[in-house]
Design a binder for this molecule. Structure first.
Ligand SMILES: *Cc1c(COP(=O)(O)O)cnc(C)c1O
Length: 357
């Protein structure tokens, strides 16, 4: 198979171990003689995967017992609607740090009173707003911890006077998180924990049931809690691969261990971006994401963009094109991206600089 370094933003690189085990399970799921995608989700073999996956989440993120863990279809984008449907009664505040945050806010606006408490829209979201005050009369405050498109990240669990809800699609399980600071954490799996098709919800159960609106059954998180994520047929294959990804993460030492590696990888790449005269980073230095590294050609070298893209591609770099709304380059270096790939990209940038000295 062709050797590539995969920096795609999502769906993205997953641990090879998870993929190999998924291939095996497609042939024979747990010795049943049936492929994992052809077995009933009401069998004990399948239920054992659900149980294992929930307990791995609990263990890896240290999730307290009063939080429920759900695996649902619809992606993070459906999550935007789940948030508003299940938590918005009076007023909600959002931290507007990018397109995903805006989309989350849009769903809440559609159902009631919601607004951006602070925003970095005026500089195309290249930083995380700070020094804003969170009003104490909000039903909840919503943040996007990692802004996949712009390469900015909220590195700490913030203090919040109202229930805090976080879209952690693209940095979940990249670092330890104090779950008790959140009313709900959710996201699509396809950036750091599995393939597309499943979203995760970690929700403090006693905060549900406080809104007076009618919530359609499928949009009511309580239906899914009652059904243990199997109110309807769950996305079995996506959950299977997510479970294998969590097993891999546990095997290499969990979130503390991966955080160390993630820091190393990010330092290596940002170090090169800052050193190399041909490139510059686009995100505010203190808010730089450890997951999505965004950069462009330095001033005076803009004309080399296409050439670098072709050069990098020829060296096996895949998926480094920046999001269409910001241009330039973006290297997504999620948990499963090995440091060797980051080193290969750095070497490629160095070589390109040599060529243009
Ligand atoms: C990708 C992404 C989404 C959208 O996820 P879908 O599962 O495609 O709906 C939402 N929020 C963030 C931060 C993302 O990176």
């Amino acid at each position: 198979m062709k050797q590539v370094h995969n920096f795609t933003a999502g769906p993205c690189i997953l641990p090879q171990q998870a993929i190999d085990n998924a291939i095996e399970a497609l042939k024979d799921f747990k010795g049943t003689g049936i492929p994992v995608i052809s077995i009933s989700h009401r069998t004990k073999e399948w239920e054992s995967v659900m149980d294992e996956c929930r307990s791995l989440w609990r263990e890896l993120l240290n999730i307290p017992e009063d939080y429920e863990i759900l695996f649902l279809g619809g992606g993070a984008s459906m999550g935007f609607l789940y948030v508003a449907m299940n938590f918005l009664e009076g007023k909600a505040g959002y931290l507007e740090t990018g397109v995903w945050a805006k989309k989350a806010l849009k769903e809440a606006k559609g159902l009631g009173n919601a607004y951006a408490v602070a925003s970095s829209a005026e500089t195309v979201f290249n930083y995380i707003p700070k020094g804003y005050e969170i009003p104490s009369d909000l039903d909840y405050f919503h943040i996007t911890t990692n802004n996949t498109i712009y390469g900015t990240e909220i590195h700490e669990d913030i203090d919040c006077p109202v229930p805090l809800i976080a879209d952690m699609s693209s940095d979940i399980l990249s670092r330890p998180v104090d779950v008790t600071k959140y009313a709900m954490i959710y996201g699509g799996a396809q950036k750091n924990v599995g393939p597309a098709g499943v979203a995760f919800f970690i929700v403090k159960k006693d905060l549900l049931g406080k809104v007076s609106r009618y919530i359609p059954t499928m949009l009511d998180l309580r239906s899914h809690i009652d059904g243990q994520s199997m109110y309807n047929t769950p996305p079995v294959f996506s959950i299977f691969v997510m479970n294998e990804t969590l097993k891999w993460l546990k095997g290499i030492g969990g979130v503390e261990a991966i955080q160390k590696v993630n820091k190393e990888k990010a330092e290596l790449l940002y170090g090169e971006i800052d050193r190399n005269t041909l490139f510059r980073g686009t995100a505010a230095v203190e808010d730089r994401s450890l997951m999505n590294v965004c950069f462009v050609m330095a001033e005076g070298y803009e004309n080399l963009q296409d050439e670098f893209m072709a050069f990098a591609k020829a060296k096996g770099m895949a998926g480094i094109k920046g999001h269409r709304s910001v241009g330039g380059f973006r290297a997504s270096i999620y948990n499963a991206c090995p440091i060797e790939s980051v080193q290969a990209l750095v070497d490629c940038m160095k070589e390109f600089e040599e060529l243009h000295k």
